[in-house]
Write a protein that binds this ligand. Sequence first.
Ligand code: ADP
Ligand code: GLC
Length: 482
Amino acid sequence: MTLQVLSVASEAVPLIKTGGLADVVGALPAALAPHDVEVTTLLPGYPSVLAALDEADAVHSWDRLLGEPARLLAGQLGDHPLLVLDAPAHFEREGDPYTAPSGSDWPDNWRRFCALGQAAAQIARGVGAAPGFDLVHAHDWQAATAPAYLRFASDAAERPVPSVLTVHNMSFQGWFDPAVFAATELPGEAWSLDGVEHHGGFCMLKAGLALADAVSTVSPTYAAEIRSAEFGMGFEGLIRARGDAVSGILNGIDVTSWNPADDAALVSPYDADHLSRRHDNKRALEAEFGLESGEGPLFVVISRLTWQKGMDVLLECLDHLVGNGGRLALLGSGDGAIEAGLHEAAARHPGRIGVRIGYDEALSHRMQGGGDAILVPSRFEPCGLTQLYGLAYGCVPVVARTGGLADTVIDANPAALAAGVATGIQHGPVHYDELCNALTRAASLYRQPETWQHMQRNGMVCDFSWTASGRAYADLYRSLVR
Ligand code: ADP
Ligand code: GLC
């Protein structure tokens, strides 16, 4: 029997994206389809999402959903079913889904995303003409109250609907003033150590961590790391207490949109047997970033410019990168001080460092297709997707040994090189010395073309498609549905 799963999230490609969460949520329906699981995605009705829905039918409406009128619209996410929560007072705001134009978080984010969680729980039980679902899959804090609304529904005992919470990033917790709890329409019993209360506050991620039937994270190593204080960020005790209910399932990548042999963004498409065709992409990329051609490697970075991503330490290492013969093309946005530091570094090293502040999907493809190596010096990384795109594109990943980076890159240590299996470079904790050392290793391996090309090919033939992880999610769902 086809399992009906409602996947609830605040982002999904191609409709709305601020990070990897959107790639994963957008890819899940196709990943699960071969396993007899139909995934329907529920998204908030942001302007960009509503604009993409033509002629959508309203399948349900609420006079008041956490205080505001709302409708449920049915549409398509590619070939798969989509539900959109059209609640203009909550979601019809321009710009980033989470922040006001001033850059600060919307103060009513708790209400907006509790509305999403509450709607998800009701939809899963069946509302209006829409049928119910066998299971709810909630992603991150924005959807993490869905398991709480399910658990505390008045008819939960007669018809329990199981739920899975996937934690894409433990550092985003949705933590609010306790005073908001009264307006969430959760019952008083939800305010407890085993519910939504966390150190005296209302914590939306905690709701899912405590009350979902299963919790997953996006790599096996991160699933182990969050049991420790360093990575658990206050939830290590709860994670340990949940025992076997917590697992790690590695993200896959969409191998249709990330295929260097068939990528319309590239000047010169190529595959593992025609690596020399990358040269044209590299020249085009150098021109695009105003970089000189040179003997050393062309490093690229495509990233949020934040502490998590180690961008402050990378900034300190840029003189070393250039001094070692390297060049850098960087695309990203985020922390103002890091952005300013990057502009200064580019001014100090004209023709060697090029910086583009902003978000540009097509440029990110051109960078993977023309760069020699991609730098991902994250302090923690639940999975990470850019190193996977790098592997698929022969843009050798140079990564910190943490989370999904540790799980997906095989370090070019002497044993791996001797066995011919290396796919990239890993370094230890994100400090100046470690990162400089990794940059030096990358530059020296790059000067050995045969070894370098071997690493490129090894990465390109790795299977990071959704095949294995789609099956793992399907198995997890089936283990929870009675
Ligand atoms: P995170 O979700 O923590 O930011 P991931 O590596 O999982 O990190 O996913 C980031 C996603 O966003 C990738 O698809 C990456 O290519 C994309 N991305 C990040 N910054 C930019 C940017 N400035 N322009 C285009 N794409 C970007
Ligand atoms: C988060 C994590 C990233 C992960 C992505 C998708 O944004 O920071 O590591 O790849 O979610 O799961």
